[in-house]
Design a protein around this ligand. Structure first.
Ligand code: ADE
Ligand code: ZN
Length: 338
C-alpha cells in the first residue's frame, strides 16, 4: 500500500458495505481472546492458524470461520473485535461501515444476544467519538439453519432494534435459496429494517432474482452470478440495485480463478451500481484498500473508475441523502485536485 496507487486508494474517502465482523478476527486477537477465556485451540501457533487459511470453496471457509468465532464469549470480546476493525478502518480512511454480525453463531453456544450487541454497539460509539467513523449494524441470519430459528433470532433482536439498521442472509448458499426466508423478511420489513441478502456468490442467478422478488431486498451481497441472466442484468441496471462485490473473497473462495477474470469489469460496463468490499478480511488476505488495489491491478482500473467506486460506496449505503452528498462532494473535490 506504499505504491502511488496504494496511497491514492488509501486516501480516498470510502464506505464499506459488506463486512462480517466475525471475519475481521485476526489470528493474533483470536489467540489472545482464547487465552483469556481459557479456550484450548487445536492450532499450535498463530502462524499455523494463518497457514490453514486455504479454502477450496465457501463451505471450506465457513467451517474454519465458525470455529474461529467460537472463542468470542464476553461483551469485551465483541468490543475488542469491532474496535480492532475500526482502528484499521480509520487508517485507510473508511468513513462509514455497514457491518454484518451473525447472532446465531453465538447464541447457539449460549452467548446471550445482549452480550454480542452491547459489545459491538459500544465499539461503534467509541469509533464515532474517536475518529468520526459512522456505522450501522446488519444482523444476518444463517441460511443453513431453518427459518424458525431466524424468526426466533428476530424476536431476540427486537428489544435492541434501535441499534440494528438492517437484516441480511449469509452462510452456505447452495441449496439454501432466499425463498426459504420469506416470512422472516416480511416481518423484518414490517419492523422497518433495511433488507439485504447474499445471493449469486456460489448460487445461481435465480437466487438473486428470488432475493429481489421474494425478500424485497434493496441491495445484493456479491451477485457475481447475476451476469448469467441478461434480463436480470437489465433490471439491476434500470433500478440501480447495488451489488456489494468482494474481489479477494472471490479469489480465496475460488469463485474466480484469477482477478484478471473478475466480473467487476463486466458489471461496470453493464452500467451496474458496483461497490468494492472486503467480506472477511482476516481470512482473505486484505482489508478494503487492498481489495481496491487488487482489483485495480487485476482489471487495470483508472483513477476515475476507482473514484467512481468510492462514490458508489456512499450512494449504495443506507446513510441519509444529505450525508451521502457530503461524502460524494468531498470525493468530487479530490477528483479535481488529482
Ligand atoms: N459469512 C461470512 N462470509 C461469508 C460469505 N462470503 N458468504 C456467505 N456467508 C458468509
Ligand atoms: Zn459476505
Amino acid at each position: 500500500m506504499t505504491t502511488p496507487l496504494g496511497k491514492f486508494i488509501r486516501h480516498l474517502p470510502k464506505a464499506e458495505l459488506h463486512l462480517h465482523i466475525e471475519g475481521t478476527l485476526e489470528p493474533e486477537l483470536l489467540f489472545a481472546i482464547a487465552a483469556r477465556n481459557k479456550i484450548p485451540l487445536t492450532y499450535p501457533s498463530i502462524t499455523a492458524l494463518r497457514d490453514a487459511y486455504q479454502f477450496n470453496d465457501l463451505q471450506d471457509f465457513l467451517d474454519i470461520y465458525y470455529r474461529g468465532a467460537s472463542v468470542l464469549l464476553t461483551e469485551e470480546d465483541f468490543y475488542d473485535l469491532a474496535l480492532a476493525y475500526f482502528t484499521k478502518a480509520h487508517e485507510e480512511n473508511i468513513r462509514h461501515a455497514e457491518i454484518f454480525f451473525d447472532p446465531q453463531t453465538h447464541t447457539v453456544r449460549g452467548v446471550p444476544f445482549e452480550t454480542v450487541i452491547a459489545g459491538l454497539h459500544r465499539a461503534q460509539v467509541a469509533a464515532e467519538k474517536e475518529w468520526g467513523i459512522t456505522s450501522k449494524l446488519i444482523m444476518c441470519f444463517l441460511r443453513h439453519l431453518d427459518e424458525a430459528d431466524a424468526l426466533r433470532t428476530l424476536d431476540m433482536a427486537l428489544p435492541y432494534k434501535k441499534w440494528i439498521a438492517g437484516i441480511g442472509l449469509d452462510s452456505g448458499e447452495q441449496g439454501n435459496p432466499p425463498s426459504k426466508f420469506q416470512a422472516v423478511y416480511k416481518r423484518a420489513a414490517k419492523e422497518g429494517f433495511f433488507l439485504v441478502a447474499h445471493a449469486g456468490e456460489e448460487g445461481p442467478a435465480e437466487y438473486v432474482t428470488e432475493a429481489l422478488d421474494l425478500l424485497n431486498v434493496k441491495r445484493i451481497d456479491h451477485g457475481n452470478h447475476a451476469l448469467d441472466d441478461a434480463a436480470l442484468v437489465m433490471r439491476l441496471r434500470t433500478q440501480q440495485i447495488p451489488l456489494t462485490v468482494c474481489p479477494l473473497s472471490n479469489l480465496k473462495l475460488r469463485v474466480i480463478a484469477d482477478l484478471r477474470e473478475h466480473p467487476l469489469r463486466k458489471m461496470i460496463d453493464a452500467g451496474l451500481l458496483i461497490t468494492v468490499n472486503s467480506d472477511d478480511p482476516a481470512y482473505f488476505g486484505g482489508y478494503l484498500s487492498e481489495n481496491y488495489c487488487a482489483i485495480a491491478e487485476g482489471l487495470d482500473l483508472s483513477h476515475e473508475e476507482l473514484r467512481q467506486l468510492a462514490i458508489n460506496s456512499f450512494t449504495a449505503s443506507f446513510l441519509e441523502e444529505d450525508t451521502k452528498k457530503k461524502h460524494i462532494t468531498e470525493i468530487n473535490g479530490l477528483s479535481m485536485a488529482n
